[in-house]
Ligand binder design. Sequence first.
Ligand SMILES: Cc1cc2nc3c(=O)[nH]c(=O)nc-3n(C[C@H](O)[C@H](O)[C@H](O)COP(=O)(O)O)c2cc1C
Length: 154
Amino acid sequence: MGDPVSRAFGKFTYGVYVVGAAHGGRVNALTCAWVMRVSHRPPLAAVAVGKTRFSHDLIARAEAFSVNVLAEGQVELARRFGLVSGRDIDKFADVPYRTAVTGAPILKGVAAWLDCRLVGSFPAGDHTIFVGEVVEAWAGDKAPLRYDPRDYWG
Ligand SMILES: Cc1cc2nc3c(=O)[nH]c(=O)nc-3n(C[C@H](O)[C@H](O)[C@H](O)COP(=O)(O)O)c2cc1C
């Protein structure tokens, strides 16, 4: 079912990431599948964030963002950060996190994380591609969560 464009993109494989930022006393994050490495040297990560997301302007103002690589078994966290907006609730009210060097939030129990300083923003249709230079990173032993649309959209 669906149009050919959606069906073709439906064959793409993705991880599941929680991308966070903090600015002006507010911390927030959103679940993102559209995340990738875009340079070896310097190490750069890109994330496509919808212009209507609460996180969009927060990342732009913070000039920094974190990328939390969710681990297998963390679908509930992906749903929490991906199915409601920080405009309506404080997503971090009962989610333990710590603050990275840039001020961006790092979640507990993730497979890996990056802390990035924003080095570029590129308009891309209804999204903005934020490119960040990795200033700190960590990876543990857990396997990453793979994106499966049935976990989110029924
Ligand atoms: C699995 C999953 C992947 C998502 N990937 C993206 C993405 O790559 N970019 C994006 O802008 N929104 C993505 N979303 C939607 C946002 O996470 C969602 O709109 C979120 O509520 C925005 O939160 P905010 O308004 O607090 O920023 C995804 C949602 C889910 C559940």
